[in-house]
Design a protein around this ligand. Sequence first.
Ligand code: CA
Length: 225
Amino acid sequence: MKILIVEDEPKTGDYLRQGLSEAGFVTDLVRDGRGGLHQALAEEYHLVILDVMLPGLSGWEVLDGLRRAGRGLPVLFLTARDQVDDRVKGLELGADDYLVKPFAFAELLARVRTLLRRGRGAPEPTQLRVADLEIDLLRRRVTRGGRRIDLTAKEFALLELFVRRRGEVLPRSLIASSVWDMNFDSDTNVIEVAVRRLRAKVDEGFGPKLIQTVRGMGYVLEEPD
Ligand code: CA
């Protein structure tokens, strides 16, 4: 899941970015309104976290620009405690939720998950399943054959990608940009290492093996015939 953060306060922006990355989301951070709107229109995001008071364009103007461009993705507003009117205005303009600063990260994460779950249009499934492997997206919990498997945030994101695109051969470059938000650098073996660890947890001691290497192409998760 990819989240755009538009926030000019360096501390808040970095804090959000780090926390959301650790929770397994891919994040982009833009520190001004004009850049934020441009970025939101340039790429596909599942959610935007938008500060109200921004240089360039205000959060309201960014939201207005998004809705005028027909982008219905959920928007979570961050508003200052003394600006109660902001909430009303934000909601009128089509914001989906707001959070008053300062906020606890756990509260933000709960709102983010609710918004992503609610989404717009077709409801997102909350459970994914391949063979006897089950992923509970809300509780961030994985089981296989009823046995609990503990994954790190990155491993969870990697498995979620594999399962959402089951049967598709995923090149390393796609995995790098989707899960690590980085460009693929052939000198790094971070993806091989991560896939190996994920396999050890998800496939070893279970049958059949779900994650396969496709030589020279990448990886695929599928249920063998
Ligand atoms: Ca601000």
